[in-house]
Design a protein around this ligand. Structure first.
Ligand code: ATP
Ligand code: MG
Length: 432
């Protein structure tokens, strides 16, 4: 069996014989010579086929090659300044592995067309670059939590409760019973801390988002953590910690990908090097008023537009804390110093990207949770098992959820979250 090199490995070898496999990325030529630019997951590489060298019969087959044909070839690689990646392969033999019909994706195609052909568009250098960064982001989250001695823990996807509120829940018919697709791992994670201590997960969450924003998916990957015996400060410490670690890993490994994406990695460096900025919700309203001329009534949630304006003022993420109790989830702990607000935080990415993490210290008292549930029009009896957690050795605990695609959108500088996942799901986009 021949040893095939990736195109990047061939470039690193730089001279001598190579055997390669890949797809035709570009092709041009004449009746005597053909330039095939190959691509694989590593890079692109120009290969030259001469009729004289390869013979009339083979050359006539190669002449019919269209973009995305898969090939195997052997040849000699050498430096060539004129070639797109600085090297060129002089082909000695070439085998067509899979012919390609006329590739539907050409230059300057509409966003909708590319979405309809997502299964093919994934091969673009742009998507390859994003998906490589995505892979590193998942790895970094995993490494960060393991390095900090968190255990991996799983919640069910089918859930009898809904965690983040009724309007964005997907109902499923579960053998005649009504169940929901999970919106968050959290409620079951709160049971897990009694067994494992500090825990984390990376799992899909589902939200029936009717809004047509550029940062909401209906199915997204949610990295969540839950800590025990902790303080609210600890939750914020790890929000900053995991984001800094993700940035470090991505900046270390993906300078090439940033070039392909035309994303300036310098824009991410402040978030890695400087501390994040902490401010209360109440302070955020003041800053919005003074610096952005935006008047938000105390008690109203920050909307996308307000988050965007606020975060454009900074080059590092913001940790906005102590939101009004009435706009936050029932499980968030009341601030012991101010009963109007909760020990909750949203981490907002700079440059206008907005919320990427939401977290809080959790309420420890069963009666308080029952009261909050009733205030929000929910039936506490549905939460029986959850309330039990407060009846058998309740402890301080807290955690957060990080939207993995939100983080990728920010890191890659994308206009829309849909490009941060291979096959996006939104209200209007659910194929292919
Ligand atoms: P938003 O106000 O932006 O809808 P949220 O307050 O509903 O967010 P949380 O319930 O706190 O968000 O979820 C935790 C994290 O999950 C968010 O900080 C965000 O990064 C991510 N997230 C939430 N909803 C979505 C979604 N529809 N698509 C992608 N990521 C999401
Ligand atoms: Mg939401």
């Amino acid at each position: 069996m021949k040893k095939y090199l990736t195109l990047q490995e061939a470039i690193e070898q730089g001279s001598g014989k190579v055997a390669l496999q890949g797809w035709v990325y570009r092709e041009r030529g004449s009746s005597k010579i053909k330039f095939l630019v190959l691509r694989d997951h590593t890079t692109i590489l120009q290969c030259v086929v001469e009729k004289e060298k390869i013979g009339e019969k083979k050359f006539s087959l190669i002449d019919k090659i269209q973009i995305e044909t898969s090939v195997r070839l052997e040849g000699t690689i050498k430096k060539d300044e004129r070639a797109p990646t600085g090297y060129e392969v002089n082909v000695e033999d070439l085998e067509i592995v899979g012919i390609a019909n006329e590739f539907p994706i050409q230059k300057d195609q509409s966003v909708e067309f590319l979405a309809d052909n997502r299964h093919l568009w994934l091969r673009s250098r742009r998507m390859t670059a994003i998906l490589k960064i995505r892979s590193t982001v998942f790895q970094a989250i995993d490494t960060y939590f393991r390095n900090n001695k968190f255990y991996l823990y799983h919640s069910p996807i089918f859930s009898p409760n809904n965690c983040e509120g009724g309007s964005t829940v997907f109902k499923v018919d579960y053998f005649g019973n009504e169940m929901f697709l999970t919106q968050s791992w959290q409620l079951y994670a709160e049971a897990g801390i009694f067994s494992l201590g500090n825990i984390y997960t990376i799992a899909p969450s589902f939200r029936a988002e009717r809004s047509k924003t550029s940062r909401h998916l209906t199915e997204y990957w949610h990295a969540e953590m839950e800590m025990v015996w902790n303080t609210f400060e600890d939750v914020m410490h790890h929000a900053e910690g995991v984001l800094k670690f993700i940035l470090k890993e991505v900046l270390d490994k993906h300078q090439e990908e940033f070039k392909i994406l035309e994303r300036d990695p310098k824009k991410l460096e402040p978030a890695l090097k400087k501390p994040f900025i902490k401010m209360t919700y109440t302070d955020a309203l003041k800053i919005l008023k003074e610096k952005c001329k935006m008047d938000v009534e105390w008690g109203k949630d920050l909307r996308t537009l307000e988050e965007e304006k606020l975060t454009k003022l900074y080059d590092v993420p913001l940790l906005v804390t102590r939101y009004p109790k009435k706009i936050k989830a029932f499980y968030m702990k009341e601030d012991p110093e101010n009963s109007e607000v909760v020990l909750g935080m949203d981490c907002l990415a700079p440059e206008g990207y907005g919320e990427i993490i939401g977290g809080s210290q959790r309420e420890e008292n069963a009666e308080e949770i029952e009261k909050r549930l009733r205030e929000q029009g929910e039936d506490p009896s549905v939460y029986g098992w959850y309330l039990d957690l407060r009846k058998y050795g309740s402890v301080p605990h807290g955690g957060f959820g990080l939207g993995v695609e939100r983080v990728i959108t920010w890191i890659c500088g994308l206009d829309n979250i849909k490009d941060a996942i291979p096959f996006p799901r939104t209200m209007f986009r659910f194929t292919p």
